[in-house]
Ligand binder design. Structure first.
Ligand code: AMP
Length: 312
């Protein structure tokens, strides 16, 4: 069904933002952030067939868009409109395990209407980064017949836009959220039971990201666990989930098929990219990586979970 071919095209829609981050390593202002910024950079290591749709204000530094372009990403869908770029302010707990949103300034995002250009409408893989679910649905109305649509969301939208979110969920194949969001969405604390409830809402697979506990994939055929790399030096978890999603979808675009085996490998690739992201602030952890470093961490992660099958 899904023939192995040249890299599949990946369309990414998400936020491009400035973040202010407070936490155990001090206060950092005006860092490059946004779901699409992480996703596109992570995915670009695997395929040159990535295009981004998003919006920035007139305060946004052009160099960040040029950087993406230099990685081979099609940035023609990043609009620049008068006003302030989306700005997110978050604070991490001293152990980095939890974070709270202190401020969300929508700026140009408040009136954003994603416009998918003709050449992007046939994208085979679509990744709806964390944005207003009504905008995510708007994107799905514009694309033709993607083989895989994955989406992310967050507690904000689950709380204030649940109806729109449920409509969007009914139209996607894969939902990628963190454990706290899964519990909130399903109104169920136990993750296995929460997953079963969420899979009744439309998606055929669910990926639950659990920070340094790794990620779980639930689908009709069962479950799969991808470990997180045990790291000695974690600076900023912002964008870990998006880098995971970018690595996963980028790898799927590269591999050219959506078999269960490929999806498992893609989960590990997601974990690899998430692990790089948290080692530095902003997108710095996933800047200037080499195929050799990605391969090395992939091998380390594989080794971490390699064990003998025994029969008792
Ligand atoms: P992650 O840590 O992977 O969940 O993603 C963090 C990124 O999400 C930050 O860079 C923020 O700019 C972005 N973000 C936070 N809140 C929102 C929101 N309400 N809509 C879109 N993007 C957001």
């Amino acid at each position: 069904m899904h023939q192995r071919s040249a890299h599949r095209s990946l369309l990414v829609v998400g936020s491009v933002a400035y973040d202010d981050i407070d936490g155990p390593f001090g206060f950092h202002k005006d860092l490059l952030g946004g779901s699409a910024s992480f996703i596109a950079r992570a995915a670009a290591y695997f395929t040159k067939n990535v295009s981004v749709v998003g919006v920035v204000g007139d305060d946004f530094e052009q160099k960040y868009i040029d950087e993406l372009s230099a990685l081979g990403v099609d940035v023609s869908g990043i609009e620049r409109t008068p006003g302030e770029t989306f700005h997110w302010v978050g604070r991490y707990a001293p152990d980095l395990s939890t974070r709270e949103t202190l401020d969300t300034r929508l700026g140009v995002f408040a009136t954003f209407q994603p416009k998918i250009a003709e050449h992007q409408r046939d994208a085979q893989l679509v990744l709806l980064g964390n944005i207003d679910p009504a905008l995510q649905l708007d994107v799905l109305r514009q694309v033709r017949a993607p083989a895989l649509v994955a989406m992310d969301t967050m507690n904000l939208w689950i709380n204030i836009k649940r109806d729109d979110l449920l409509k969007t969920l009914a139209k996607v194949h894969t939902l990628m959220i963190n454990d706290e969001e899964a519990r909130l969405l399903a109104e169920e604390h136990n993750l296995r039971r929460a997953a079963a409830k969420i899979l009744k809402l439309g998606p055929t697979s669910l990926i639950i990201k659990r920070g340094d506990a790794g990620a779980l994939l639930f689908h009709g055929g069962g479950a799969f666990a991808a470990p997180a790399m045990p790291l000695a030096d974690v600076k900023d978890p912002t964008g870990a989930g998006d880098s995971f999603a970018g690595g996963l979808m980028g790898y799927l675009a590269y591999a050219g098929d959506l078999s269960p085996k490929t999806i498992r490998t893609a989960m590990i690739m997601g974990s690899v990219m998430g692990s790089f992201a948290v080692e530095k602030f902003s997108v710095d952890g996933i800047r200037d990586l080499t195929p050799a470093r990605i391969q090395q961490r992939f091998d380390e992660l594989t080794e971490l979970v390699q064990f003998e099958r025994v029969r008792l």
